[in-house]
Structures are given as C-alpha cells and as structure tokens.
Design a protein around this ligand. Structure first.
Ligand SMILES: O=P(O)(O)OC[C@H]1O[C@@H](O)[C@H](O)[C@@H](O)[C@@H]1O
Length: 464
C-alpha cells in the first residue's frame, strides 16, 4: 500500500549513508558528509527528482540524531535495534557474505554454519525487512529504488512483495563468488540470497566477471535468473573533484611533511587502503622486503608509503590483521632502516588530505588485492600523481578489466612476482610511464560516478 506521504520518486538504500553524526562532549551533534562514488553519484539526481536515501543509524551519534529528529533533507536514517544491526552487519554481512565473495576463508577450519550463524541470519532478515518496509512506506507509485550491496541482499525480494509497482534495482559493489565457493553456504541460505537479488528488475555488478559468476550461481542453484535483467556498470573516479581537492592548502601542507619524512631524491611506492583483509597489505610489505633483500641497489633509494586506515574494528580478525600490518612494517624498518632512511612510512590514522598528498608523490602505485569489486584507488592515483606513476595491479581487482593493459599485472599471492613487478615499475622508462599514466587517467575517468548512477536509473526506468 502506498502511504499518503509517500513522495519519493528515486530512492537509494545502503547500510552506510551519506552523513554520520558524532556526539560531542557538550552534547552537540556534528554532521560529517561521507565521500565515495555513491555520494557523488546521488548528487546528480538532487535536482531532478524527489530523492530519498535510506540508511542505517550506525553509532551513538547517528542514533541520537534519530532520537532528536535531527537529519539532513533527503536522508532517512533507520534506528534498527543495535544488537540486530550488529548481528546483521558484523556477523552476516562482514563475516560471512564479505568472506564468501572475497574468498577469504581459511577453509580447513572455516566457515562453520551452526546455531549461532542461524541466530545471526534471523537478525539479517529482520534488518533487511526494516529497510524493505521503510522503502515501501516512502516510495511514490512506480518509483525507482536502487538497493546497494551485500548488506541488503534480501531487500529486493521483500520489497517486491510489499510493492509490486516499484522499479527495483540492486547493485553489488563487491566481487561475486564462483559457484563452488558460493555453495559453501547452506543450500537454503544460498537460495534465499539469490532469490532476494532476483526480486529486483535489474541486478547489477561492477564488471562482467562478477555478473557472470552470479548468473552461474543462479543457473546451478535455481535453474536460471527468471525475468531479472543483469547489468554491468563500471565505476570510475571523480576527476574534477579529486584534482581540485588534491591542490587545497591542507594537502600541500601534508605533502611538505611527507617529502620531509621520505627524504630528497627517493622514489615512492604508494598504497592507500582500509586495513581490509582483502587488500593484501601484508603480502605487499613482504614483496617490498624481498625487493630490498634481493636488489640491494634499492636500499636508501625508495620508500614504501603505506596508508592503512582502520576498518571494521569490531571484528577480531580485522584487529589482528591491523597488528600484523604494523608488525611487518616495523620488522622491515628495523632490518633495513638507517639513520636517514625509513624504508616503510606507515600511517594508520585516517586522513583524506594526507592520502591525496601521497597520491601526488607516487612514482609507483601498489594495488594488489586478493579480490576486489573494482578498487578506485587504482584509478585515483594515476589521475593525481605529479610525475606520472606506474601501476602495479592485481589481476583479481575489478579495475584490472579496464586498466590491465597499462598496468604491471600481479598475481596477488605471488610475493616474488610482486617484488619483480615493483622493480619493473620503479625502473620503467619515463616516456613509457607517462604514456601509461595518460591512458590510465583516461580510462579512470571514463565512468564518472554521476554517469554510473544516471545510467542505472535510466536503464531501470526503461526496463533495459
Ligand atoms: O563496512 P563499511 O566500512 O561500511 O564498508 C562497506 C563498503 O566497503 C567498500 O570497500 C566496499 O567496496 C563496499 O562494497 C562496502 O559497502
């Protein structure tokens, strides 16, 4: 049933919304706007239509904002019971679905789908239902709803039942698991996930590879995809925003500090990631250590600038990984460092301006994920680097489909191969490097976030 107040023509649903609130000691609430492709993509429809972004209240600040009725126009935050949210987000989305699609399990011991898993799954259903009900209540007749990611995989099917009049799209920002890996999930859960997504009119992926994997799962488990259209929409970097933002005074300041820390005349290998298991930061460090060990000519002449920002710290496995990243970086610095040279400059505190400063400095960009839906850093560094940079890129990143020809490709598990790739990137002749950088920058900007969003909306409305 469409409620009297339902007015939104375009709705987006995601776990993390465009704004987060923090509660200050004096009791005031500070709003911070998030970055990322989805936020800039959505800005494209602000003027076009009555738009609403439905997201979850994530911390104390967000929950307080909901309680006080504080909010941004066009954003609806759902205050879902904290324990339910934690089971759904930490338990199912991040510890099961993320692991399945990124193939992160250490399979002799994991996964274990037991009673506890079933309990958390019930919370995942409740959390998805809360979104489906909110969307059903807010959407105008025939509105377009764009549901984002693995957190909300059941929403399309639930919403379809509540509101058959809507045009529903789903977008997976992650890879999709190969069918044999996906089938580790209990059969009923695997089917429920697929049917949830097939409740959409269109279900979309970042690359053809992930879309094909999804179709294989549907074919094998359900006999097909029914009437659901499968879309592929690559996402690129927001060049205008990045280039402007990278030359603001706060970035200049950090650039000067970083230059000082690195020392004159040295080359840089730059990586910027969340400290995320799939990003493969430790093997990147091991490859760098092997480079220093086997090609001593690089000692004192190169610095690995690694920014690894905290992520999902509620999960022990992420906390342990963060400790391991720090341990290996320290080990390299004590083994090879000299008085005037710190081989690894590792920062773990999130600072966007400092990331952009590192992008500007990059001679080599290291992007070696185990698996990644796209990886925007691979697209952003070549756009911003001042001297042009050589890109060492994992063949398992979605971005490899678009950038592979101009990158030095690595198998993310092959540490020796990655050490060789770093050497090749560091010694790439200038003319070759600038030719690649130029082509990388063109490819990186071919699919700006606003186009990504509007293309999906158009296709959804046209029934393509
Ligand atoms: O758990 P977080 O910090 O909200 O991050 C979630 C997001 O992390 C990003 O890295 C993924 O590309 C998205 O698919 C995902 O939604």
């Amino acid at each position: 049933m469409v409620s009297e107040h339902a007015a939104a023509q375009v709705l987006v649903a995601s776990n993390r919304g465009p704004v987060t609130y923090t509660l200050s000691e004096d009791g005031s609430l500070d709003a911070r706007r998030g970055g990322g492709g989805l936020v800039s993509g959505l800005s494209a429809i602000g003027s076009e239509a009555e738009a609403l972004w439905v997201c979850a209240a994530l911390g104390d600040g967000d929950r307080e904002a909901v309680r006080r009725g504080v909010g941004e126009p066009g954003v609806l935050m759902l205050d879902i019971d904290e324990a339910v949210h934690s089971d759904a987000y930490n338990g199912i989305a991040n510890s099961v679905l993320w692991f399945v699609h990124h193939m992160l399990y250490q399979t002799p011991l994991e996964p274990v789908f037991d009673k506890e898993f079933r309990r958390q799954w019930a919370s995942y259903e409740t959390y998805n239902r809360a979104f489906a009900e909110a969307l059903a209540a807010q959407a105008a007749e025939g509105a377009a709803v764009l549901v984002q990611d693995y957190h909300l995989a059941l929403v399309p099917g639930m919403l379809r039942e509540l509101r058959p009049d809507l045009r529903i799209g789903h977008f997976s920002h992650t890879p999709w698991a190969p069918v044999d890996y996906f089938r580790m999930l209990p059969d009923d859960i695997a089917e429920q996930l697929l049917r949830g997504l097939l409740g959409a009119d269109r279900t979309c992926f970042l690359t053809r590879r992930w879309a094909d994997a999804f179709v294989s799962c549907c074919t094998e488990l359900l006999g097909g995809t029914g009437g659901t259209a499968i879309g592929v929409h690559g996402l690129g970097a927001d060049a205008d925003f990045l280039r402007k933002r990278a030359h603001r005074p706060d970035v200049d300041e950090r650039l000067a500090a970083l230059r000082e820390q690195i020392g004159p005349g040295r080359k840089t290998i730059v990586r910027v990631d969340r400290t995320e298991l799939s990003k493969n930061i430790v093997r990147g460090l091991l490859a760098y250590r092997q480079l220093l060990e086997t090609r001593p000519e690089w000692r004192e002449r190169v610095v690995h600038v690694a920014f690894a920002y905290p992520s999902r710290q509620d999960l022990a496995v992420y906390r342990d990984y963060t400790v391991e990243v720090q341990r290996v970086a320290d080990e390299i610095n004590s083994a090879y460092g000299t008085e005037g040279w710190t081989p690894v400059v590792l920062h773990v505190k999130d600072d966007f301006a400092r990331s952009l400063a590192a992008y500007r400095l990059a001679d080599v960009a290291l992007v070696n994920p185990i698996r990644d839906g796209m990886n925007l850093v691979a697209k952003e560094i070549p756009l911003v680097s001042e001297a042009g940079c050589a890109l060492v890129l994992s063949r398992e990143a979605g971005a490899h489909e678009e950038l592979g020809e101009d990158a030095v490709t690595v198998n993310p598990y092959d540490v020796s191969g990655t050490a060789d790739a770093l050497h090749a990137a560091l010694t790439m002749p200038d003319d070759e490097r600038s030719r690649h950088t130029e082509r990388l920058a063109t490819a990186a900007t071919a699919l700006p976030p606003q186009k990504w969003f509007l293309d999906q909306l158009r296709a959804l409305r046209e029934g393509a």
